[in-house]
Design a protein around this ligand. Structure first.
Ligand SMILES: Cc1cc2nc3c(=O)[nH]c(=O)nc-3n(C[C@H](O)[C@H](O)[C@H](O)COP(=O)(O)O)c2cc1C
Length: 225
C-alpha cells in the first residue's frame, strides 16, 4: 500500500482519546523510533516512546478528560531550565503525523494524564513538557471547529499558492483547548507566525503550527522571519 503524504496525514489527523487493545507491532515501534531519533538528534529535547503501559493515562483526571484505554504514549522532556517548548511542539507534531501515516491515532495532553506515573518516566535532571497518547484508535476523531482564515492570517490579493496552502495547513493544527492563538504574516518570501494573547501551552502550539505551515507551504518556498 502506498504511504499517505504528510499533507494527507495533516488533513486526516484529529485528536483521538479512545483506543483499541490491539498491540502496536515492532516494525511500527521501530519506524517511530527512527523518526524520533532523526528529529531530536543533537537537541536538548528528549522524547521517550512508551509502549504497553496503561498507567500513564490511568487516573481520574485522564478519564474526566475522556481518555479511554491509552496503552502507549510519548513523554517529551528537556533539561531543567532549558526552554524547549517550541521544539517540543514542532518535533512532537512531526511524530504525530508520522504516527498517522503508520495507521496510529494520537492526542496531545498537557493536563489530563496520570502525572505521578508519567513523572517516573522522565530522565533524571529533565522537566516534563507534555505527553502525547497514541495507539490504534477506537474512532478517527472529528475535525475541529476553526476560526476564519482572515482572523489568523494576514491576506493580500497577490498571495502566492504556497502561502495559502501553508495557512490552510496551519489551521488544521491541533492547539491546546483548540485556542488557535497565533497570527501569520508574510512579506515576500518571509513568513512570521507569532503567538497572540494569553492561554496555556502557547509556545508548544507555536511549534505545532509552524510544523503544519512548513509542510503545507513547502520549506523551499519561504523562510522564517
Ligand atoms: C499543547 C496541547 C495540549 C493539549 N492538552 C490536552 C489535554 O490535556 N487533554 C485533552 O483531552 N486534550 C488536549 N489537547 C487536545 C486539544 O484539545 C485538541 O488538539 C484541539 O481541541 C483540536 O482538536 P483536534 O486535535 O482534533 O484537531 C491538547 C492539544 C495541544 C496542542
Amino acid at each position: 500500500m502506498e504511504q499517505m503524504t504528510l499533507t494527507q496525514a495533516m488533513q486526516e489527523r484529529h485528536s483521538v482519546r479512545s483506543y483499541l487493545d490491539t498491540r502496536v507491532p515492532e516494525e511500527i515501534r521501530a519506524a517511530l523510533a527512527v523518526c524520533r531519533d532523526s528529529l531530536t538528534n543533537g537537541q536538548d529535547l528528549h522524547i521517550r516512546l512508551v509502549w504497553d503501559d496503561p498507567e500513564g493515562f490511568d487516573s481520574r483526571l485522564a478519564h474526566y478528560g475522556h481518555f479511554r484505554n491509552v496503552r502507549n504514549f510519548m513523554v517529551l522532556s528537556a533539561p531543567r531550565g532549558k526552554d524547549m517548548d517550541e521544539a517540543a511542539g514542532y518535533c512532537g507534531e512531526m511524530l504525530v503525523l508520522r504516527a498517522q501515516q503508520l495507521g496510529l491515532r494520537t492526542c496531545w495532553a498537557a493536563l489530563t494524564f496520570n502525572r505521578k506515573a508519567v513523572r517516573r518516566l522522565v530522565p533524571d535532571g529533565d522537566e516534563l513538557i507534555i505527553v502525547i497518547a497514541m495507539g490504534y484508535g477506537a474512532d478517527n476523531g472529528t475535525e475541529h471547529r476553526s476560526q476564519v482564515e482572515e482572523k489568523l492570517a494576514a491576506r493580500s490579493a497577490d498571495d502566492p499558492a504556497w502561502y495559502l496552502q501553508g495557512v490552510r495547513a496551519a489551521l488544521s493544527a491541533p492547539t491546546a483547548v483548540n485556542q488557535q492563538k497565533f497570527r501569520i504574516a508574510r512579506s515576500g518570501r518571509t513568513v512570521s507566525i507569532r503567538t497572540a494573547g494569553l492561554g496555556p501551552c502557547l509556545k508548544i502550539d507555536l511549534g505545532i503550527v509552524k510544523c503544519h505551515f512548513e509542510i503545507g507551504a513547502g520549506k523551499e518556498n519561504f523562510q522564517w522571519a
